[in-house]
Design a binder for this molecule. Structure first.
Ligand code: UDP
Ligand code: MG
Length: 312
């Protein structure tokens, strides 16, 4: 029988973890597959780890990794996926926003021959209009700016086949924009649609600051368009300044130069200064990323490991 591992990153999820596990287990028990669950405790500060240990004690088909500190969801996912030995893996959030009941539909597409089956949400309930708007704007600009098509309204909830897992395991970059990486590997990909539910309990770990950082990460890891933008803005500013300079020169020829150039001088200096800072900022953004990558640090450290017993 084919084997399936469910990878669940969990950071301070003690409020939902038991409910989640129950619902997940029900779905898995009905599947015609051998399955196990792998939790990744991303350095939680609440009792998430002890709950996971209790779940493991109850259910031998459950395992867990405990990271040495909070590395962020993307690294936690990577740690989990690296540990998967099964024929396929499903990535799912612990907060029940991704319904475990969708897993059979994902598996069906996998068995039909797809390597990456992602779940696309049709409704975002319990999320503010602002969050919906910013998410839509992000996906739209990513589509314009990047060569890697990143499916819209798609979180990390998806199924990956063995070869997709192997491919993903080779991407060791530090700036891990998982949604982008999942698409980048290629192979046969398809979508399954579902309705996104509001978070069951606990609070989201994302605020607008973290989301904005994720958006910048997404754009700069998958597109060099901002670098080009700086070039165009710089070229435009230089062109305008040139035209303006010619005009000032001609005016001085005919009317002389009554030392009143102060406002225009300031204007030009400020404008060019601004454009240069913008360009420097963009370059700095990429340089910073290069710096982080060049250190080649490991993506995570595992403090404790309780791999699930192989299902038999
Ligand atoms: N998560 C994690 N490490 C973090 C933040 C989040 O492992 O630093 C996990 C979290 O426990 C949950 C999933 O990632 O299972 C999604 O987090 P959240 O629900 O906060 O994000 P949202 O659903 O708002 O995108
Ligand atoms: Mg959530």
């Amino acid at each position: 029988m084919p084997q399936l591992t469910i990878v669940v990153p969990a950071y301070n999820e003690s409020a939902v973890l038991r409910t989640f596990h129950q619902r997940l287990r029900q779905v898995l028990d009905a599947l015609p597959l051998e399955s196990n669950v792998l939790y990744v405790d991303d350095g939680s500060s609440d009792d998430t780890w002890s709950i996971i240990e209790a779940l493991i004690a109850d259910d031998p088909r459950t395992g867990a990794l405990k990271l040495s500190r909070n590395f962020g969801k993307e690294a936690a996912l990577t740690a989990g996926l690296d540990a998967v030995t099964a024929d396929a893996a499903v990535v799912i959030d612990a907060d029940l926003q991704d319904p475990p009941e969708l897993i059979p539909a994902l598996v069906e597409q996998w068995q039909a021959g797809f390597d990456v089956v992602y779940a696309t949400r049709s409704v975002r309930e319990g999320e503010t209009a602002l969050k919906r708007f910013t998410a839509a704007a992000f996906y739209r600009s990513m589509e314009r700016l990047s060569d890697t098509a990143i499916p819209r309204d798609t979180g990390d909830f998806r199924l990956l086949s063995r070869r997709a897992l192997d491919a993903l395991g080779q991407l060791r970059e530090r700036q891990r924009f998982m949604k982008g990486l999942f698409s980048w590997i290629g192979y046969r990909q398809t979508a399954v649609h579902y309705q996104r539910e509001p978070r069951q309990a606990g609070t989201t770990k994302w605020n607008y600051w973290r989301l904005a950082q994720l958006a910048i990460e997404g754009i700069t890891s998958f597109s060099t368009a901002p670098l080009r933008l700086a070039t165009w803005v710089g070229l435009g500013a230089a062109g305008l300044s040139f035209v303006y300079g010619v005009w000032v020169f001609i005016k001085a020829l005919f009317h002389g130069d009554p030392v009143r150039g102060y406002p225009t001088l300031m204007l030009v200096i400020l404008f060019l200064g601004g454009v240069q800072l913008l360009a420097l900022g963009v370059i700095g953004e990429y340089l910073g990323r290069n710096y982080a990558e060049s250190k080649r640090r490991p993506l995570y450290f595992v403090e404790e490991q309780r791999l699930p017993r192989r299902p038999h």
